[in-house]
Design a protein around this ligand. Sequence first.
Ligand code: FAD
Length: 437
Amino acid sequence: NKVIVVGGVAGGMSFATRYRRLNQNDDIIIFEKGPYVSFANCGLPYHISGEISTRSGLLVVRETLLKERFHLDIRSNAEVISIDSNNKQVTYLKDGETLVESYDKLVLSTGAKPIVIDIKGQYNVPIFTLRNIPDLDKIMRFIKENQPKHATVIGAGYIGLEVAENLIKKGIQTTIVEKAPEVLPIVDPEMAAFIREELVLKQAQVFTGNEIQEIQGNEVLLASGDRFNTDIIVMAVGVFPDSALAKQANVETGIRGGIKVDQHYQTSVKDIYAIGDAILVKNQVSNQEALIPLASPANRQGRQLADILSGLNVTNKGSLGTSIVKVFDLSLGATGLNERQLAGKKYSVLHLTANDHASYYPNATSIYLKVIYDPETELILGAQAVGQKGVDKRIDIIATAIKAKLPVTFLQELEFTYAPPFGSAKDIVNMAGYVAS
Ligand code: FAD
């Protein structure tokens, strides 16, 4: 068997390494249009400030190791430009040449692309996006050569806020412009408000419910009439599935161009499979089709597809969209659905506050937890938490409870590790269970 993988990072490499373990004799060819496979997309913002100090620290697994240990035929700087599904072959560009390779099975893990919006005006402020190491290199080079004093980040989602924090830590005054009424539109506004306060406390300038109208020279003009000068712009207004190649091969796509797959990651075209940010998944709470561009689902899907193509009985059960972001000293985590996504449905909401560990043990900090559940079935629909410490643990527990379909009242039954430095005898997650019942 000859398997071709397009995209050699989260989903693609997870697929390839697992598939190799199960199939020693198959040919596995990975095409990656960028210079690196298996790099840490999620670490990119932290190199701007130097928090991840070396660029090489962003290369998770070396290409030579993947070639030697896993016998993967890795072709980087090689872009697949078309698929001929009748003759089962792909055409790709490498070193200026147009070449062809045949396949038995084709796996697309082409990821998601940053959305780019046009900005009016006559200006020479550079606008960057951040998806991969070459993008990061461009930002780093500009900062080094031009020593910008002021930066603008468009979009206050996870990536935008991580970039803003790291620009500020680099000593660059930073303004964030977000179109939605509050930062982090992926969660509910009363939770995101904590993050906005933290940003302001750490000297970020934050405009919400606002957008750039035009830029003239170095001056940014906002819809509100506010003006400021800026030297560099990073645009982080969301992503859309990178599905152009799939569409060219007549693979069926849906919402915002997401590739449609069945529960075995099979696309509408025979022997073409897809995983990762490029596909539509079932949201496990709403049971509706969704785009959930996150690393954990992409890795899981890669492994599952390798199992499926090796004859194991595995299915894609969908995703929750469990996520977390650190903004200076605060973290905000979320899982499942938020109130905006539940509009028109029947749901109950709990808000609780407690310390991350016993209050009499030094350095306890507050956690604010929100749990949303169905008042009839008691099933948990979503949760969000914000605080300095322990947010990840609480959201991870609730995400597990959602996957296991535990009712909200059952949260009081859960037993956690406890000693004063770690938690409380009555954890905030237990308390959510008490309050709900
Ligand atoms: P990717 O890992 O993006 O890989 C797709 C690859 O396909 C790309 O390298 C691309 O060059 C290649 N490709 C596309 N088309 C072709 C073609 N025609 N020929 C050859 N190669 C092609 N997720 C989290 O869960 N937590 C985080 O903290 C987090 N932080 C992030 C921070 C940043 C700055 C970014 C950009 C993403 C972050 N993510 C995070 C998202 C996470 O990286 C993705 O969900 C995950 O990488 C998706 O895996 P994938 O395999 O679908 O796509």
